[in-house]
Design a protein around this ligand. Sequence first.
Ligand code: ZN
Length: 232
Amino acid sequence: MAQEQLLKYQQEDSKLLDLEREAANSEERKNFTQAKAFLTKAPEKLEALEAKAVELSRLAEQLSKQYSEISDTLKDFESIDELALGGTEISFYKKNVLQITERLKSIRAEISSLTKAVKDADEEYKALKKKTISMQKQYAEYSETYKNYKETKLKEMEAVKAELAKLAKGIDPAVMQKYQAKRSERIFPILCAVKDGRCSKCGTELSLSGKEKISSGDVIECDNCHRFLFKD
Ligand SMILES: [Zn+2]
């Protein structure tokens, strides 16, 4: 008798579980939580991008300064042709000029890649900013839609819960408490039939005392998956 009532309860409870799952996996909830997560992270990301652009600009500026300083040293070699005419050994100077020119070339390349990186970071920032603004508008809409959806679902859940409360009256409170504990552990179905002396859910064989108890009509627990078992 007790098991029949518990089975009825479980059947009704499975409706509640379906509603809970439906609500948790709903598009309404997904849109809402995704928008919320995006907006929570956006300020930090924007700040990081801004800091990155500033730092890269600073580096580019530093290199530009270095570039002009090194360029200036080349002026010292401007009179190299005159030196050559004068018969001075100029290969040393030429080598120096060549080295400096190479160094300048590589700095110029670095500056150009930094300038590009600054531009990229800036564009990324602008795109994220734009998306954030549009997401803020959308969030208000998602939030409202989700709120309405939740209200509807909650009403449906309340109706099932009222039915469950009625059914629970015919069940031993101690059993009910155990049932709820199992349910909160996401075990479902909680009540299963015994088939050929085994738990029909996980296949574990019942102990001797378990078999005795079940044959006398008691509801027992599976040693392995801890579901309630009853004689079918
Ligand atoms: Zn089991």
